[in-house]
Design a protein around this ligand. Structure first.
Ligand SMILES: [Zn+2]
Length: 189
């Protein structure tokens, strides 16, 4: 029986590099993988890029209203999903069913919580259904393990706003992995 995996972490925890490493391992053994990137807006890039310089073309850019069941998985040994926090609950449920019905493993990489500390819908469902959970570790600037994703707009920490910000506005948005202590300190400021 194949499993649904959820490998989660904060920003900059190396999720895309980890995904590309797994894809490489399969392909080195002449097995085909299917790389899906979950996107909120339609202008999502067609490449996965990691901070350490790896790059790879995405096979399927999956939008919110796209059905997992429409994707052809014939001959695929493993399905890899990037930005899995953006999946809908239905898409996660379909991926889980695929692991059981077709015996194809699915490995989802994503962020656990948004900048306010709430679970993304995709992550919530993945925590519910995944057969295996694994945390990817990254550290806060203070050296402790980061659990949160702080949002900065024009360099200032923000507490409120939409869960997902689509690029295109004039403001400069960035995210920083933070430990609980540093995150709380910023929240209370
Ligand atoms: Zn810290």
């Amino acid at each position: 029986m194949s499993k649904l995996y959820f490998r989660y972490g904060s920003m900059n925890s190396g999720k895309s590099s980890a995904l590309m490493q797994v894809a490489y391992n399969y392909e080195e053994n002449n097995k085909k993988v299917l790389v899906i990137k979950s996107v909120i807006d339609t202008k999502g890039e067609e490449y996965l890029e990691s901070r350490i310089g790896l790059k790879r073309r995405v096979d399927v850019l999956l939008k919110l209203d796209d059905s997992i069941r429409d994707i052809n998985i014939e001959g695929i040994s493993c399905i890899l999903v990037d930005e899995a926090q953006f999946l809908t609950e239905k898409q996660v449920a379909d991926l889980w069913e695929i692991t059981k019905e077709f015996d194809v493993p699915v490995i989802c990489y994503g962020i656990r919580t948004d900048f306010t500390g709430n679970l993304f819908p995709g992550s919530l469902k993945l925590f519910a259904l995944a057969d295996e959970l694994e945390e990817l570790i990254t550290i806060c600037s203070c050296g402790k393990r980061a659990k949160f994703n702080a949002r900065f707009v024009d360099g200032t920490f923000v507490k409120d706003g939409d869960s997902v910000l689509i690029d295109g506005s004039n403001t400069k948005v960035s995210y920083k992995p933070m430990c609980g202590k540093c995150f709380l300190k910023n929240l209370k400021q």
